[in-house]
Structure formats: C-alpha cells, structure tokens
Write a protein that binds this ligand. Structure first.
Ligand SMILES: [Fe+2]
Length: 457
C-alpha cells in the first residue's frame, strides 16, 4: 500500500509539471529572425528588451583606441536582418545641421549566436567601426545604424590634455544584480564628474561569461553613457569559464589589439600624451604559464620603452588582497617586481568585493612590514552589491566593507588626484600622488573625516 501511495504521488507530480509547462503563455514575438524562444518558464519576468536585439541599434558603446587623441571605437548590436552598419559623424554644432552632410564610416559586421545553459539562443549581428581623424578638444556628434534604423545622435568630447586634465572613473566589480544595484553607481559617478575622458572597469562586469541577459543589464545600467564616454575594460574570472573568454567580449567591445599574440582585446595598452593605461589579463596569468610569461615579457619591454610620465595598470586579481586568507601569489611573484622596477604609479584591481588601498613595497600575507620604496599605489574596489569581509592587513591605509564605490582619477602635470566616492555620492577616500623625476611618488593623503565602514555595519 505504502509503495503504491508513493507511486500515486509521483504520478500526480508528473501530471502537474506537464500542465504547468503546457500553460506557459505564448510569446507574441516575431519568430522569423533574431531569436528563438524556449518553452521553459525560466525567462518569465525578465525583460525581453534587455535580451533580444531588434532592427534598431542597441548596446551602443564607445571604447578607447590605442591612440585616443585621434580615434575612438564604436560598437553596437542589431538583429540578423541588419547585415551592415554605418557610423555618421559630424562636428557637434549648435543646430540640427549636424545631420546635413556627415562623414560616413562603414562598420564591420559579425554574427554571434550565444546561449547560456538552457536559456534562449540569441542570434545577433554586432557592428564595429573606428571613428578616426579626430581632433583633440573637439566635440563630435555621431549616430550608428543603416537604412531607416538609426540610433539617436550622441555627442562625444575628445580629450584635451593641454587644456583640461585627463580624468577617468574606475569601477571595481559590478558583477551581480547589475540592473537593480549597479546602475545607481555608474549614474552617480557620471553626475559627479560628467567631463571624464573614459570609464575603466577592473573585471567581473557581469557574473556569467556568456549569459546575454547579464550583458543586457550592464548596457541598460550605463544606458546612453556608454555611447558618450568611452570605456576600457579588463576581463575578470567571471568573463571567463574554463579559461574561455566570454563570447560577447570581442564582438561587443572593440579594445586595442596591441598586446601579446592570443590576448587581443584583453591585454593591451592605450597612450595619452603623458599617460599610459595598460590592461593585463589576470585570468590568463593565473591559468596559463605561456600567457603569463608572454605578458611578463611584453610588460617589461613596454615599460622599458615607456615614454609616459604616468602609468596606470589594471587587472582583476589583487596583488594585495583585502579579503582574509586570499592571496594571488603569482601576480606578486611575477609582476610586482616589474611594477617596482619601472615605478608604476597606480594599480587598479577588483575581485575581492571590498575597498582597500595602500602604497606598499613588499608585504607577503601575514607580514606587517610596510615600505614605501617603489611608490606604487595599489587599489582594490567594488562597485556592485556583492560584499566580502575585509581583513585588517597592514597594507591598507584606507579600507571599506559593505560599500559600493566609484573612483575618479585625474592627471594634470605632476599630480595624480584620486577620489573614491561611495554609491550615495559622498567622498570616502582621497589622495594625491606627486611626481618628481627619478624618485618614487610622494603620497599626500586627503582622507575625509568619514568613519571607516566595515561589513558588520
Ligand atoms: Fe572576480
């Protein structure tokens, strides 16, 4: 009897599941192209707009090129009925004449089919172009599209380091609940300093490398800012799975390809007149001996020939951790000697889901020795809502737990100014680095009178 009873219960369950599946509301989407729907209810409640492309350009984003004084890259996405793309560019002017006779640049179009686990397959065309022959200090208007499907006109301000300091916003991991919880951070950052030259993302922009709806959330959070302010991003471990890069990374971004062979658009450099930005691919440092060696040699020779006054390096895994019992020995063993040798000014990292910064020379975990001989400032930060505990390691001169932050960094002649703001727009940390030729940078702390925030709060 008992066994029979169980079988009945199992049967009832199977029937219930069957009914639930058959009663899924039908989507009224056009099935001819662009996307296919799954019968699974997994996607109920998730906005199709974040996921499926249409004829109209979406996910429009500017990226810095290796030479941002002359050119900027633009990428966007459409459905697969749109098989080509054009950028129209004009000098921004006071009236609507920007649309009269714009320069036209043809984009390169590539098809991508992506799918995360049992979620719907996404079929999209990605379009990329370089807007070149630009003049420093000039403001341009541009739009992207084709035929009768166009984006709005966006405006882009070229850098002008002779008249305005180069400045940028640095974000640690956005990663989770990006639409819900990260959007306020990028928007507050832009409101705090709208004239920045670029935004820098230190990896783990999203949580699952190929999950298109998460990329949709990331683009939604930044909205039109992505089309106005160029981005620079280094991949984190969450842009990888089994050491395979997110399939969306190269189609949807257009980052420099001037790094080691095989690490195009993940390890590269960007040159302003007095400032070099370098991205290292931390996952490939951690996972691949060959790519670790390649990046080591590449970085050493790049910095040996570095004619720039200031150098910032970004990669995902911290040289010094904020998280208790976390330690990325390989980075410290193989790369820190190079940072020391060339007196790299600032290292911008993520991954530890907390905030910490300090100017340290050689502090293996567990030791409390603080030296300041190389003058490199190490920063770990987080912009999304996922939070880890913060250790009390000596290397940190300022730290925070349970705090979403963004950082604004600006460079003018011999001063690098740094300000970290919490998500509510309040100043949390600040310092200047002062450069004098041949010496380590001088650190001037400007920590505001704000109590240290820790996880327990
Ligand atoms: Fe990470």
């Amino acid at each position: 009897m008992r066994v029979l009873g169980y079988i009945h219960i199992i049967n009832l369950f199977v029937i219930l599941v069957f009914f639930t599946r058959c009663n899924q509301p039908a989507h009224d989407h056009d099935h001819d192209h662009g996307h296919h729907h799954h019968s699974s209810s997994y996607f109920d409640g998730i906005s199709d707009k974040l996921l499926f492309p249409s004829k109209s350009p979406d996910r429009v984003i500017l990226n810095l090129t290796a030479n941002p004084m002359e050119a900027v890259a633009v990428n966007w996405r459409t459905d697969t009925t749109i098989t080509s793309g054009v950028v129209e560019v004009a000098i921004a002017s006071a009236g609507p004449e920007i649309r009269q006779n714009p320069r036209k640049i043809n984009a390169k179009t590539s098809f991508l089919k992506s799918q995360h686990e049992n979620e719907p397959e996404i079929f999209a065309n990605y379009h990329e172009a370089i807007i070149d022959n630009l003049k420093p200090g000039e403001k341009y208007a541009y739009r992207v599209g084709q035929g009768d499907s166009w984006s709005e006109w966006y405006q882009y301000q070229m850098p002008d380091p002779e008249n305005r300091p180069i400045s940028f916003i640095y974000f640690g991991d956005a990663q989770n609940d990006v639409k819900s919880m990260w959007s306020r951070v990028i928007r507050e950052a832009y409101k705090t300093l709208p004239e920045v030259d670029f935004m820098l993302h230190a990896g783990d922009l999203i949580n699952r490398h190929n999950r298109d709806v998460e990329w949709g959330e990331w683009f939604h959070a930044g909205g039109f800012l992505h089309a106005m302010v160029p981005s620079v991003m280094t991949p984190g471990n969450h842009e990888y799975k089994n050491v395979v890069l997110s399939p969306q990374w190269k189609p949807q971004f257009n980052l420099p390809k001037n790094g080691p062979k095989g690490l195009e658009e993940t390890c590269y450099f960007i040159d302003y007149p007095d400032f070099k930005v370098i991205s290292l691919d931390a996952e490939q440092i951690d996972e691949s001996e060959a790519f670790r060696d390649a990046q080591k040699q590449w970085l050493d020779s790049l910095l040996a020939a570095n004619p720039k006054k200031w150098t910032a390096i970004t990669f995902h895994y911290p040289v010094f951790s904020t998280k208790p019992n976390r330690d990325n020995e390989k980075l410290r063993e193989y790369f820190k000697p190079i940072f020391d040798k060339y007196k790299v000014d600032i290292v911008l990292q993520g991954h530890d889901h907390a905030y910490g910064r300090g100017m340290v020379n050689n502090v293996p975990t567990g030791s409390n020795v603080r030296e300041q001989s190389s003058g490199t400032m190490y920063v770990v930060s987080v912009s999304g809502p996922k939070m880890y505990d913060v250790s009390d390691d000596e290397w940190m001169e300022r730290r925070a737990g349970n705090t979403q932050l963004f950082q604004i960094i600006s460079i003018e002649n011999n001063i690098l100014s740094y300000e970290a703001f919490s998500a509510d727009g309040k100043l949390y940390d600040a310092f200047d680095l002062q450069k004098s030729e041949g010496k380590p940078n001088k650190l001037v702390n400007r920590i505001p009178d704000v109590e240290e925030r820790l996880l327990e709060q």
